[in-house]
Design a protein. Structure first.
Length: 225
């Protein structure tokens, strides 16, 4: 499940010269609830470097609810990097990791760097010469991950959608116009399955304050219910 916030002109919240927070407090709380319902959360290396997120569930009530359901309090954290250049001081390695270490999927070359950079902070999972997301998702399934929440960034969303691997897209649209040509968009140009003629299935539209949440099924698969 892909989770992303965009402006009306489809830019994400990494703008120049300063970052914009596109979601409002109610939408941030919704995201926290979706995290609670998920088994793992995945981001790319650029998001880790830029935002330095903790990737945790923030409310004690939701942590307690997960524990009562027999789940680990915090999600399994997953980071993807081809280069293997990650900062061991990043907050994600040091918050919400008491029960299990984050998993880092990388290339064989990146794995060599990461073993030196991160040491015992993460479980390093090399995938060969390149990061294959189909193989990555199969491996997470083998590790018991059912629902995976992907929070970015642009290159990760592009890779997953172009490989036709996404089951659901949560698109929060903020009432802002960024208007900066160098601000990143939700996805990069790519050969997406079906091209511009393939329509996703719109599942739901919800108003959250001044934010509109659109839920899509990218595969538009009639087997979903």
């Amino acid at each position: 499940m892909l989770s992303v916030a965009v402006s009306v002109d489809c830019y994400i919240d990494d703008t120049i010269p300063e970052r914009l927070y596109l979601s409002n407090d109610a939408d941030f709380d919704r995201v926290d609830q979706v995290r609670t319902e998920s088994d793992a959360i995945l981001i790319g290396a650029e998001t880790l470097r830029r935002d330095n997120p903790r990737l945790i569930i923030k409310t004690e009530e939701r942590l307690a609810a997960r524990a009562a359901a027999g789940k680990p309090a915090h999600l399994q954290k997953v980071v993807v990097t081809a280069s293997g250049e990650l900062d061991p001081a990043a907050r994600s390695w040091h918050h919400g990791v008491e029960e299990r270490k984050p998993i880092v999927y990388t290339t064989d070359t990146g794995a060599e760097k990461l073993h030196h950079q991160l040491g015992e902070l993460a479980d390093i999972a090399p995938l060969g010469d390149a990061v294959d997301f189909a193989v990555l998702l199969d491996d997470l399934g083998d590790r018991g991950i059912g629902q995976l929440m992907i929070e970015g960034g642009t290159s990760i969303h592009t890779a997953v959608l172009s490989a036709d691997l996404a089951d659901e897209l949560h698109l929060a649209v903020a009432p802002l116009l960024v208007g900066q040509a160098d601000a990143p968009r939700f996805v990069n140009p790519a050969a997406f399955p079906g091209g511009s003629r393939r329509r996703m299935q719109l599942v739901d539209v919800t108003q959250i304050g001044d934010v509109g949440l659109l839920r899509y099924r990218p595969k538009n698969d009639s087997t979903h219910s």
